[in-house]
Design a protein around this ligand. Sequence first.
Ligand SMILES: Nc1ncnc2c1ncn2[C@@H]1O[C@H](COP(=O)(O)OP(=O)(O)OP(=O)(O)O)[C@@H](O)[C@H]1O
Ligand SMILES: [Mg+2]
Length: 341
Amino acid sequence: MKEAPSKLKLEDLTTSNPAMARCLQLAALAAKSDVPVVLLGETGTGKTLLAHAIHNSSARARRPFIAFNASAISDTLLESQLFGHERGAFTGAQQSLKGKFELAHGGTIFLDEISEMSPLAQVKILRVLEYGEFERLGSERMLKTNARIICASNCSLRERVRLAKFREDLYHRLNGLTLLIPPLRERLEELPALIAAELKAAGLSEGKKITSIHPEAMDRLLRHQWRGNLRELSHTVRTMTLFCNGSVVLPEHVIFSPDLQNDRDSAAVPKAASTLVDNGEERDRDTDLSLDGAIQRHVRSVYAQANHNQRRAAKLLGISRSTLARYLKSLPKSETKQSEK
Ligand SMILES: Nc1ncnc2c1ncn2[C@@H]1O[C@H](COP(=O)(O)OP(=O)(O)OP(=O)(O)O)[C@@H](O)[C@H]1O
Ligand SMILES: [Mg+2]
C-alpha cells in the first residue's frame, strides 16, 4: 500500500470483486453526504481503513477524524472521554479536557466496535445524535457538534437489537447507510493483486527483491480461509518475505498464523462465519498482533508439540529442516530448547 491508511482516499482502493465494488460505490455516496454510516465486516476486513478513506474523500477531509472505541472504556471515563470535562469536575480532573465530539466538530467521529458499547454509552451517544448538543462534565455551557458519524461493527447490529444488547432507537439513528465489507475468502479473485502489492511493500522494507510465487505456494494461499482477512494476509506476506531468501516464494515460506489455522479442507465450520455474531473471545487471544510474536508463538508451539524434534516440527510446519534450524538459532537461546534430533 503506497499511502499510510490515514491518508488513503477512496480512489486509492480498487477491486475486481463485484460485492466489494458495490461496497466502494456506496462508500463514494457516503463521502458525498453527511448521513451516518455503518461499516459491517469481520475483523481485519478493512473497516477502519474504509472509514478513513470515506472521511478523506469527503468535504470534511481537512477537519479532524476522531476515532473512539467505546467498548474499551469504562463507564466512569466514558462521559469525560465523549464530552470532555472542566477542571475540578471530579477528583483528579486537574485540567479541562475536550471530548471526542468536541474535537470532531466539523469533521468525522468514528465509533468503533459499536455493538459492544455499554448501555450507558448507548444512551449518551443517542442523546448527542438527537440534539446535536452536549455539555462538558462540570459545565452548564451547551456545546454543539456537527460531527459526521461513521460506526463499525464486526457483528450484525440488527442481531444485537434482537438480543436486546443494542438499543433499537440508536440502531435506527445510526443506520443511514450500511456498507457490508465482504470477507477475504469471498473475494479470492483479489488475492493475487493484494499479495503482489503486499509483497512489494514487505520486500522493500526488508530489502529483498522477490519476483514470483511458486504455483504450489500460491495454491496454499488460495486454499486458505483467511479468517483474519486483510490483516492476516498482510502478516502472512510479511512472514513469507522473512523466510524467503531468493527471488521466488516457495510453499515452505507460506506459514499461517497458529490462532487462525483454517485450511478450506478443514471439516470444521469456518469460524469466520460466526465472527459476525460474536468474536470477543477471539479478539482477547489476538491482543499481541506483532508479526514476530505470532511467528515465534507458532514455531515454539509446534516445536514443543513435536517433542523438540526438528525433523518432525519442520514437517508439521511445512518447511525444510534447515529453514527451521536457522529460525530456531535466531531465537533467544534461553527460550527455545534446541535439539538435533
Ligand atoms: N483494501 C485493502 N487493501 C490493502 N490492505 C487493506 C485493505 N483493507 C484493509 N487492509 C489492511 O488490513 C489491515 C486491517 O484493516 P482494518 O484495521 O481497517 O480492519 P478492521 O476491519 O477495522 O479490523 P478490526 O475489526 O479488527 O478493527 C490493515 O493493515 C489495513 O491496512
Ligand atoms: Mg478496525
